[in-house]
Structure formats: C-alpha cells, structure tokens
Design a protein around this ligand. Structure first.
Ligand code: UDP
Length: 234
C-alpha cells in the first residue's frame, strides 16, 4: 500500500464552512483535525494551506483596488489558519503558523528551514497568507510551498469528489477521471487549480490527488494510497 512521508493538504475556505458556506463549521474542522492527527501519529509530516473564500476573495469587490482586495483575501487565509490551527491543538497536535509577511506575534515568518524544522518536530505547519502577493491565489501558494518543501504529494480536498471532464454541477453527464495529466487539465481548461499553479506543478513534476472532503476518512484514505478521487499525473 502506497504511503507518503511529507504531504501538503490544501483545504478550500468553503470546505471549512460546511453547509453555511461562510465562516467556520466547527464540526467539519474537528473532523479534519482528527484525520490529520492519524497521519501525524503515523509519522507523516503535514503542511496545510487554507483558502480564504469563506470570508473574502480579491474578486469580491468591484469598487476597491484589486491589490487592496487581495490583501484582505490574504488576511482571510491568516484568520482561517489561526482558527484551524487552534482546533488542531484542541484535538491534540502541535502546530505552527507561517506567513510570508510579518503578523506580529500571531505567526512566524516563513522560511524553508524553519518550516522543515517544525515538520521534523511533528508539528503540523499552516502556511497562511498565500504567496504574500496580490494577483496570486492559495492554489499558487500550494504549488509553490509543496515544491519548496519537497512534499511527496499535494492533497486537494474539495467539495467535489475529483476531476471531471466538464462541470458536474452544470452537466449531469460529466465524467470523473480516475487519472488525468496536467497537460489534459491545461488543454481542456479544467480549472482544478488556477493556470499558474497547474503550470508550476507540471514543470516541477508534483503529484496531486483531488478528492472530496465530505467523504468519511477521505484524507487518511488518500494518503494511504486508496485514492477515492482523481490522481493528476505529471
Ligand atoms: N490571495 C492573494 N495572493 C495569494 C493568495 C491569496 O492575493 O498568494 C487573495 C486573493 O484575493 C484570493 C483570496 O486571497 O481571492 C483568497 O484566496 P483563495 O485562493 O481562497 O481565493 P480564490 O481562488 O478562491 O479566489
């Protein structure tokens, strides 16, 4: 059975909001934490990136400057990480939050060395604040940090249970891929991640698993090699 030593888990902001679609759903976050604890107890190093869509997106405002709107978006991801990190502590894990910009004493400034040191100490690390730059996304931050931290795989836990050949919400006949290549994602414009992130993952040969957060034990199952969604191949 395939397993990994170091993984980067990407959670969308919406996935943490549960049915409410905004803010946090505590039960969902506790369930995620319990699954990650199983991984940590098994000796797997876990880094986490969380989106910000449950609070704000750079595209949320048509009136204010995009750079400012994106700054609010990045801060939303910091709020998410502070919240989820504390839920993880409640469940019994040690955590650390890194940001690419100073947030006073709330987080630590990201560096590869410090992040890897924390992982080696069995701390779950939260990579908050995206890339620190506007016009990027937490998908890009996910690709960037997974490459920098040399994770074995990116785990993308979403509301949808994998990659489809068209939008399953719009097309009831959409077909789910068991495996698909980054090239096909690009050719068919399948927006699992944004283009920048997709190209970075392809160029750096980073494996990706896309699966549903809503299926029981899905994070653990996918890390242990029982893929319930789609494997994106390089
Ligand atoms: N964001 C940014 N730079 C980054 C990461 C995120 O500016 O490196 C901002 C951007 O405004 C984005 C928001 O933070 O809309 C939330 O991030 P997420 O990736 O969840 O946004 P989405 O892709 O859902 O818009």
């Amino acid at each position: 059975m395939k397993s990994y030593n170091r993984v980067l888990l990407k959670l969308s902001g919406e996935a943490l909001a549960g049915d409410k679609k905004t803010g946090f759903d505590e039960a969902t976050c506790i369930e995620v934490a319990k699954q990650v604890k199983k991984l940590v107890d098994d000796g797997i190093e876990v880094a986490i990136v969380i989106g910000g869509g449950n609070f704000w997106r750079g595209r949320s405002s048509e009136t204010i400057d995009r750079t400012k709107a994106d700054q609010i978006g990045m801060l939303a991801t910091v709020m998410n990480c502070i919240y989820v990190s504390d839920i993880f502590r409640y469940v019994g894990m040690e955590t650390k939050i890194f940001t690419p910009f100073q947030c006073g004493s709330m987080t630590e400034l990201f560096s590869k060395d410090n992040a890897v040191e924390s992982l080696k100490k069995k701390q779950v690390i939260f990579l908050a604040g995206g890339t620190g730059h506007p016009y990027f996304s937490t998908d890009t931050a996910t690709a960037l940090r997974a490459i920098e931290l040399e994770t074995d795989v990116i785990l993308m836990a979403r509301a949808v249970d994998g990659v489809y050949d068209s939008d399953p919400k719009a097309n009831p006949n959409a077909k789910k891929y068991d495996t698909v290549s980054y090239q096909v994602l690009l050719d068919k414009k399948l927006a699992i991640m944004d283009l920048t992130a997709t190209v970075m993952c392809m160029e750096n040969k980073k494996s990706l698993l896309v699966f549903s957060l809503n299926e029981e034990n899905s994070i653990v199952n996918n890390v242990k090699g029982n893929c319930t969604g789609t494997v994106v191949t390089v």
